[in-house]
Structure formats: C-alpha cells, structure tokens
Design a protein around this ligand. Structure first.
Ligand code: ADP
Length: 504
C-alpha cells in the first residue's frame, strides 16, 4: 500500500479531492462488527484512485496504544462544558492513510467495548462522548488543521451523526464542505433522552421533526440522515428495504423523502486478510484448482480443534456471528435436533445475547461430538470456521450488507442465507435454473421461521451428497469478485456527483 503513497501525495499537492472518513471503529484495533472492516478497507482503496483520504477516530486505548508518533495538530476548547479536546495525527500502522485521533482524557479511553462498560451497559455519557466526536469532525471540516482541510466529510453510522448538524448550525462559513452519511446498520441509532439535548450545544430549533428529534428523543442517526448532503448504505437491497416500515426502524418516511439522494453500495472483501491462497491460519492454502483438498484439510483441522466427530460424508455447518436478535440464530437453535438427526455437524463462534449463548452452550454440552460452540471473539477461529465449514448459516432478520457470506464465498464455503439486504444481492440460490446455468452459489429462504431455515439446510444437505454439483457451486462461489476497488469506484461517483468542481 505504501508504494502508492507518493502518487497520492502528488495529487494532494495538486489540490485534488480531500475526503475525511469519520468512524468509531477500525480493524484490527477496535471492531464490534462490519463497520471496523469497512473503515480499514475503504480509505486505502479510495487512495488508489488519487483521493487524498484521512480518517478521524475517537481516542480509544486500542488506537492510542497501537499508533506510534502521534503529533498534536490542535487543542480545541469545546462547547461541551469547559472541556478541551486534543486532535492528534498519526499514520495508521501498515496502511496508507493518516488518521486524526480525537482525544480527551478519560473520555474515550475506557475499559470494555467502545460503547459500553465491562458489564455491557452503555456508558451514561455516550451522548457527550460521541457528540464531541461529531463536533470534532465538523471542526476539522471547518479548518481546525490549517494544513489539511477536507472538501468532503464522509461519516459512518450514528457515532458521528451530529457532525452534519454542527456544520449546518455554522453555515454559511461551513458551506464549502459537503457531507456523505453512510448507514452500516439502521438499527443502531444513538438515541438519547430529550433532557440531554442542551448538553449537545446545538441551536434549540434543531430539536424538531426537521432536525435531530425522533419520537421525543435525540437521535444521532436521524441527524446524519437529515442534515447530510448525500446518503449511502451498504447494499442496493438494504437501500430499498429501509424505505419500508418493515426495515426502516421508524425512519422510512425520512428515507423515502430522500430516496433520490440514497445509494446502496456493496462492501468488498480485503484480500490481504481474507484469501484462502494466503491465509496463515489454514493448514493448507488453496485456490479454485485445489479447493476440494484444501477445504478437506481445513475441515479436519476445525473438527480436531473443536473436538467434533469426523463427518466427511455429511456437511459441517459454520456460524461466525454476533449473537443478537438481528442475526436470527434463535431460528437455528430450534433446528438443532433435526440437523443432528440428519447426520450433520455444527460449529458456532459468537458472543452477545445471554439467552442464546446459554442455549447454544447447553446444546453443545448435550451433543459435544456434533455441536461445538465457542463463546467469544476470536479472529483466528473465525478464519478456520469460514474455511473448514462446508456451508455457513446466516438466517438474519435483516442484514445491511453482511461480510461473512462474502468471506465464505471466497473460501468456497456455501452460504445459507435469508433473502434480505446484502444477502439477496450477493448469494444466488440453488434452483433448477441456476444449477443448470452454473450461477448458483448458495441457498436462500424467505420466511422468518425455523421451518424455512431447515428447508434451506436440507437442500444444502442433499446437494452436498452430490460431490460434482457441490464442487461446481464451490467454484462458482470462489469466482465471485467483491473487491474494494469496485466499491471505491462507486463511492467515487457519489463524490463526483456532489463535487463535480473538485473530482480528479
Ligand atoms: P455485523 O457488522 O452486523 O456484525 P457483518 O457480517 O457485516 O455483521 O460483519 C461481521 C464481522 O465480524 C465479520 O468480519 C465477522 O467475521 C466478524 N465476527 C463476528 N463475530 C465474530 C466472533 N465472535 N469472532 C470473530 N469474528 C467475528
């Protein structure tokens, strides 16, 4: 990536497009889901197109400890009581872009996840932690770093959703900046009680239906959706779905009213992290030409690692997921008895909802040779499951884009998905037609029910026992190209539409 840096710098010197990406997560240091992967992959992909990209991150310990040579760019007095915020600048280790860090002592740098204490309770001052984060983004857009001022502020998810509101409040002197707001998951909204609104230092009239107010509360995501100049989300199907009551989380009216300014752009896969040809976790690297033997070796290693009985003649189903209602894994729990009765195995890695964790752990204790469950977050095991499973189970209630099915396709592991969001856009269901024309890459179902999931699992089971058909599907899956370069090209068109005067 560093090889591209001089070209990027030259273009910056010529004064071409400067874009600041604002995200609360960045793989591998801080990640609770797909947002961290996207923040790590999209900016470097954009810089290969000559965009001068930087990131803004909160000063979480994960970043402060990992980034070396952080230099002070500014110390700003904030409208948040008397607090000052330090803006540091450092190179993202192993990557081309530079990152600003918004740092205020004890504010971001806390134990637990980025958003919650070690017991899983949201920090009570999250409105100020992330309000300030959005405020810093707006200040950088207004020139807080005199040596680098972005022309486009690209904000990800609710965490920095107030940034466009702050810019709007400071018009006309922030008119030169254009804002893009990307929704990675509409269900996470950053909702706070109305009594906290005065602490956010926004004009009182911004707390209204034409502003940050949502059902009597302050909504950070609504701020992004309302005040940003352009909206994107992470798949074309999800872009349509969120304009409907079933998926719009109450924001479908606003999204419908901005339909012509909303674009769905699929995420990509970072091949430096997810590629069976160069994955150090695998016992044997493989590509399409030796997929069958490579996957056999991975399956054996996975079974050994998890203490599962060998099941060469039946499929091993994998799950790598946050255990939240969104992911629909309660449907899977109800299918366990039938899956085991069919002679299949299940390997699950995940953490989250206590009831689901306990339900899975109980099932694994009762059937420890057929079902393996690891509760926790484990990058290495996630790679082994994606490679070693024959199919991955993804029964999500909704799925903005989904990365797991993209990784699985690349590894020749066939996804069993509910036909929603990004799953609908990336997995081709095995039907008589798609099997005949060779386009089938997985199994899709519609109803949100254990019976519908089980029927898709059964279809997978049947085809698994026809090795030639399965291998053909594996090859077709591995031939899919979900590159960040394609995604970056689409974001570039959005930037061009917004700023035709500036585009390279
Ligand atoms: P979401 O962002 O809704 O969690 P995505 O499919 O977009 O779903 O992204 C999930 C990412 O997190 C993937 O990279 C997946 O491999 C990873 N992941 C989820 N749970 C775990 C876990 N327990 N251990 C390791 N990786 C996980």
């Amino acid at each position: 990536m560093d090889r591209r840096e001089p070209a990027g710098r030259q273009i910056a010197e010529l004064g071409l497009l400067r874009v600041l990406h604002v995200a609360a997560e960045l793989y591998p240091w801080v990640k609770s889901g797909g947002l961290g992967d996207v923040a790590a992959a999209l900016p470097p992909a954009l810089s290969t197109f000559g965009i001068d990209v930087r990131l803004l991150l909160p000063g979480f310990a994960g970043f402060l400890d990992a980034f070396t040579g952080i230099t002070d760019v500014a110390r700003l007095r904030t409208p948040y009581a008397v607090e000052r915020v330090r803006i540091g600048l450092a190179r993202v280790p192993g990557s081309a872009p530079l990152a600003y860090l918004a740092d205020h002592s004890g504010f971001y740098d806390r134990p637990g996840s980025p958003y919650a204490d070690p017991d899983g309770r949201d920090w009570p001052d999250n409105h100020r932690r992330f309000g300030l984060f959005g405020w810093v983004a707006a200040e950088l857009a207004r020139g807080a770093d005199p040596s680098w001022r972005p022309e486009i502020l690209h904000i990800h998810d609710w965490h920095a959703g107030l940034a466009p509101a702050y810019l709007s409040a400071r018009r006309p002197d922030s008119n030169h900046v254009t804002t893009v707001f990307t929704v990675h998951n509409l269900a996470y909204q950053g909702l706070f009680p109305a009594v906290l609104f005065p602490e956010l230092a926004l004009p009182p009239e911004f707390f209204s239906i034409d502003g940050v107010e949502f059902n009597g509360a302050v909504s950070f995501i609504k701020s992004g959706l309302f005040y940003a100049d352009r909206l994107t989300t992470v798949s074309p199907t999800y872009a349509r779905e969120i304009q409907t009551p079933a998926f719009g989380c109450g924001l479908e009216g606003l999204l419908r009213s901005r339909s012509h300014e909303l674009t769905g752009i699929l995420n990509g896969v970072d091949p430096s992290i997810w590629d069976p040809r160069h994955d150090p976790i695998l016992p044997q690297s493989y590509g399409a030409e030796n997929a069958a033997s490579g996957k056999r070796a991975a399956k054996a290693a996975l079974q050994r690692r998890l203490g599962l009985a060998d099941c060469d003649d039946g499929p091993l189903f994998g799950v790598v997921s946050r255990l939240t209602p969104q992911k629909g894994l309660d449907l899977l729990l109800a299918c366990f008895p039938e899956i085991i009765a069919d002679g299949s195995r299940i390997a699950i890695l995940g953490s989250g909802d206590g009831d689901l964790e306990q339900g899975f752990a109980r099932a694994a204790a009762e059937h420890n040779r057929e079902i393996a469950v690891e509760i926790g977050y484990d990058e290495a095991l996630s790679h082994l499951i994606i490679a070693g499973a024959d199919a991955v189970l993804l029964p999500s209630r909704f799925e903005p884009c989904g990365l797991t099915q993209l990784y699985a396709l690349r590894y020749g592991t066939l996804p069993v998905v509910r036909r929603v969001g990004g799953f609908a856009d990336t997995v081709v269901d095995a039907t008589a037609v798609t099997l005949a024309d060779g386009s089938a890459t997985g199994f899709a179902f519609d109803d949100e029910s254990p019976a519908a999931l089980m029927s898709a699992i059964r279809r997978a089971d049947v085809l698994f026992r026809e090795p030639a058909v399965w291998l053909r599907m594996m090859h077709q899956a591995m031939a899919q190209d979900f590159s960040w370069s394609a995604a970056a090209r689409r974001y570039l068109s959005v930037y061009r539409e917004l700023r035709p005067d500036l585009a390279p």
